[in-house]
Design a protein. Structure first.
Lengths: 325, 325
DNA sequence: AGGGATGCGGTCAGATCCTGGCCGCAATCA
DNA sequence: TGATTGCGGCCAGGATCTGACCGCATCCCT
């Protein structure tokens, strides 16, 4: 491997897998003379990657943090770990970075060797249950997110099967423009080619997405803002379960619990807050209220079905305790 | 930028940020002739990165998935997203990949520019509360994990403050050999230099870890297996809260819930399973039992303090429901 | 069916660079 | 103080890289 390009890449890789390298060892590994190694190190520095060097008997080279990111050279395991972490982050509605997670995942996915993609799938299957599971409604397939994100970026048409809210399924051909995450849910804003109009698609109701192979020119989203478009589409939909609580306790503690449970907090003075939580699953909401009630004093003014569910939970627990006591 | 090395790196970067590039545009961006661009593409292919090309009027180049990972060239946002995802994964005891996550995080951390590291910290502060919060005991600082992982890898001594189980604090100088994750907890197996013996340190009780600047030769871990060493150390410790439930329901459904809650499942026939859960926080255990009880029929044979806690919860809920109804 | 745009690969000549070897110097550690 | 290591200058020969030109294949659109 006498090509300087390959050598510099390998040098970067070596510097990333061990902090310290004595110059002699590096030169030997790369199969070049000591002098040439120094020149390669210089080249790296010219490229903006700061390589520290220590003289003296225990000297050597190390890669330090610089002004910008060097290319990351990952081994298989690390790539899998990153993919799994990103998939989890993308599915978890991690405030503020979901979209970037998906973008990074798409970038990784594009070059991830098949064998690693299989491993990621296997690991992910064991990871997701550790989190919210189906409490927050159907989960989004991160693979689909990655594919759609790539398609948006590269302006490639996609085909997929879509099941409407009323249950009717159809096959679609669309020009994807933007992914929008709202809470725990993802929406795709796309131009539906066959229907000749803009649509928003819920990603969790979309099956077998695949690239159609054709590219398309950009087209202005109505209103110029995809997020606003989704918001408008959502506003025309019936609302789901929703509960309001009055919680007694210091605002920051309540806010911490509420954020953990995915609720909104609004202080209403007098050491109390109004907490609003939404959810698809009445069971999940009941548990969230129970958790809030365990940590703080709570007044519930909820919808009847939630009160009923909580009564059922309270009854079950009472029975359970009675049997155990 | 006429250096071929830099050019190839930039070419890789361009290919990763857009799937399709017409040759002409690439050539212009890189400031080289068309012919030279083709040669650079060839070089990438020789290096093992498969670059697909499409002839024809809408032709261009694209980077495909190959046999091994190409260097990942991330922009700032993506690097932050990956760091956040990895920190979350490392802290979540994601089955089977925690250690790799930490390794990847360490690699990233080593070259992460400061401004990005600050952003990661800020985002992470808003992310962690979305997860288990303090339910599962003190959280581990992913920054510390990354640093310790680097120190293990590069065999650098570390200093840190450590608080023993009995509350006594001391300053330590250690030669770190291995990080071991057990459940939601991390342990560092290290040679304590001042005491001249092997120790295991709980990472969440360790403060201000920093590199001591000295390197050390490897030293065989007693028994040859760090994980076993930790297990032996743990075996000599008193156990924490623990609860056993008998759960009625199909084994796989119960197993799914239990895995989500972090419990162990053992089918005992007759459509029942024994579920064992452990935790530091009695409140968290009570909630976990409540959640299990909501989804399945449960018999509790728990420790009295847990029964008491559950009685308290049941009472609170009953009051809450009565007030709401 | 044909034309245009695009990618592929060959060849060539000149300029550029890369490499290894040598030197003296500075910093660090024992 | 001496040994080890990194740094940078210098040099000469050889490898390479570059841009230019060419004909060819493929694909899409007209």
């Amino acid at each position: 491997m006498s090509d300087p390009t390959a050598r510099v890449l390998e040098l970067l890789s070596l510097l990333q897998t061990h902090r310290f390298w004595p110059g002699g060892e590096l030169a030997e590994r790369l199969g070049v003379s000591h002098r040439t190694l120094r020149r390669d190190i210089d080249r790296l520095r010219l490229l903006g990657y700061p390589v520290d060097a220590t003289p003296g008997v225990a000297g050597g080279y190390r890669l330090a943090a610089g002004a910008h990111m060097p290319p990351l050279l990952l081994d298989d395991d690390e790539a899998v770990a990153i993919a799994v972490g990103l998939r989890a982050a993308a599915g978890a509605a991690v405030a503020g970075i979901e979209e970037t997670s998906v973008r990074a995942l798409a970038k990784l996915d594009q070059v991830l060797p098949d064998r690693l993609r299989r491993r990621v799938g296997a690991v992910h299957a064991n990871v997701v249950p550790l989190r919210w599971r189906d409490h927050a409604g159907p989960t989004v397939d991160p693979e689909a997110l990655a594919l759609l994100s790539l398609a948006c970026r590269d302006r490639e048409q996609v085909r997929f099967d879509y099941e409407r809210r009323d249950g009717e399924a159809s096959s679609r051909l669309a020009e994807p423009h933007q992914l929008v995450s709202a809470g725990r849910r993802w929406y795709l804003v796309a131009w539906d080619v066959r229907r000749g109009d803009w649509r928003t698609f819920r990603v969790d109701r979309l099956a077998r997405p695949r690239l159609a192979g054709a590219r398309f020119p950009p087209r202005p989203v109505p209103g110029g803002d995809a997020a606003a478009f989704v918001a408008r589409s959502l506003a025309s939909m019936p609302t789901r379960h929703r509960v309001e609580l009055v919680v007694h306790g210091p605002a920051d503690a309540v806010a911490a619990t509420a954020r953990y449970l995915g609720g909104d907090v609004e202080p209403i003075g007098d050491g109390r807050c109004r907490v609003t939580m939404r959810g698809d699953s009445i069971e999940w909401l009941a548990l969230a209220v129970a958790e809030m009630a365990m940590l703080h004093q709570v007044e519930l003014d909820g919808p009847p079905e939630l009160v009923g569910e909580m009564a059922r939970l309270a009854g079950r627990l009472t029975t359970l305790v009675a049997a155990a006591g």
